[in-house]
Design a protein around this ligand. Structure first.
Ligand code: ARG
Length: 383
């Protein structure tokens, strides 16, 4: 207990000092005294809005796996620490979705709910990995309709009473838990969900595949850590990079697994082992997603542009005297990697604070396996 208070004070001091230094503010000693006293009395402390805003932006700047960090200063930080009930939280999430979607001109946004209290369960918990995701319906024979990555969470939703339509693109409900009460399920009105039907500029058959994807990826299962304070409910979004949807969500054999279907429609022989049919299908799939997002007027960055932007970020950070940490395997795009500059670089991969960490799913909170894995991983956090 004492040790953890000491640790919190050290983390708070580091963060507050960083904030005053980078912002060029005076009066750091006074604020440090205040924070030390608050921690001594309450075992935690409360960030001012400005500290929260700065902390969230720097957590993005420090996200080693993110290629889009050039824009860290533009993050819109919405402070919803005052909300307690799941109804209020859901309303704030709808506002987040609306603000971030912005009719396609996506705005990077984070909404921050109550901080985790010391040695107590979080006050607000969002169970979804992202606010908008498609269900994975496991069929009795083993086949999956929808997104295989979401099978477990879909089962959790069904246990809580959700049904779904059993289509390949059923948007899951938002599961919100206030305190220790049973979680509540909310469905996002269709009017709030911007989706893009996928078509190809030349192949008319592509549209018939019925692929679609949502405009905004809003990560809701990571913990924002600022100066030792943990915000487990702090959903955030940027805009998509092309590869995430085309190569991974649609292309991965363990996701929508579309490469064989696309290759066959292109008239390629998918039995021929070394014919590069996967590569040709991947290229057309990438072109289709890029074309469709552009046509719908929805922000999306291709991997070449994203790589250039990241190199620019590294440059501007270095000019500020800051070293960039990055996780090469995540920064490097999965498709046409070597044609991008980031492929040819190396970076240290140190995790620095503030940052975002993985939490294990709320429904597995006491799962010892998840806990053990979390303890081994520097990107995980646990209280
Ligand atoms: N890869 C995730 C997905 O396909 C999204 C991760 C966050 N991506 C982003 N561009 N901010 O949904």
């Amino acid at each position: 207990m004492i040790a953890s208070v000491d640790k919190l004070i050290t983390q708070a001091e580091e963060f507050i000092t960083l904030y005053y230094r980078e912002k060029g503010l005076t009066g750091v000693e006074k604020r440090l005294d205040e924070v030390r006293k608050e921690v001594a009395f309450t075992e935690t402390y409360t960030h001012t809005y400005d500290e929260l805003e700065f902390g969230a932006k720097v957590a993005w700047r420090n996200s080693n796996r993110c290629i889009g960090r050039l824009f860290w200063k533009t993050l819109k930080v919405i402070d919803k620490r005052c909300l307690s009930t799941s109804d209020e939280v859901f309303e704030a999430l709808l506002n987040h979705i609306g603000y971030a979607s912005n009719e396609g001109k996506i705005r990077s946004t984070i909404t921050i709910f109550k901080a985790n209290p010391k040695n107590q369960p979080p006050k607000v918990r969002i169970w979804n990995p992202q606010l908008i995701r498609y269900a994975g319906h496991q069929q009795p024979g083993g086949a999956i309709i929808g997104d295989p990555a979401l099978v477990e969470f879909t089962q959790v939703c069904k246990k809580l009473g959700w049904k779904g339509q059993s289509t390949a693109f059923d948007v899951l409900p938002v599961v919100i838990q206030a305190g220790e009460s049973t979680p509540n399920l909310y469905s996002i009105p269709a009017s709030h969900i911007l989706e893009i039907p996928i078509e190809h500029p030349k192949f008319t058959w592509f549209r018939v595949l019925g692929l679609r994807w949502h405009a905004v990826p809003i990560i809701s299962n990571m913990v924002l850590e600022i100066g030792g304070v943990h915000y487990n409910a702090a959903p955030f979004n940027g805009w998509y990079m092309l590869n995430e949807i085309a190569s991974r969500n649609f292309g991965d054999a363990t996701r929508y697994n579309m490469l064989p279907t696309i290759a066959q429609n292109m008239g390629l022989d998918i039995q021929a082992k070394h014919s590069l049919w996967q590569d040709r299908a991947l290229l057309e799939l990438n072109e289709a997603v890029l074309y469709s997002y552009k046509k719908s007027g929805v922000s999306l960055v291709d991997h070449h542009t994203a790589s250039d932007q990241f190199m620019h970020f590294v440059d501007t950070e270095n000019k500020q005297g800051r070293e960039v940490n990055a996780d090469w395997a995540w920064i490097t795009p999965p498709f046409s990697a070597s044609a991008t500059q980031v492929f040819h670089q190396e970076w240290p991969n140190k995790v620095v604070s503030p940052n975002f960490y993985y939490d294990f799913p709320a429904w597995q909170k006491n799962g010892s396996l998840a806990l053990q894995q979390a303890k081994k991983c520097p990107f995980h956090i646990y209280d």
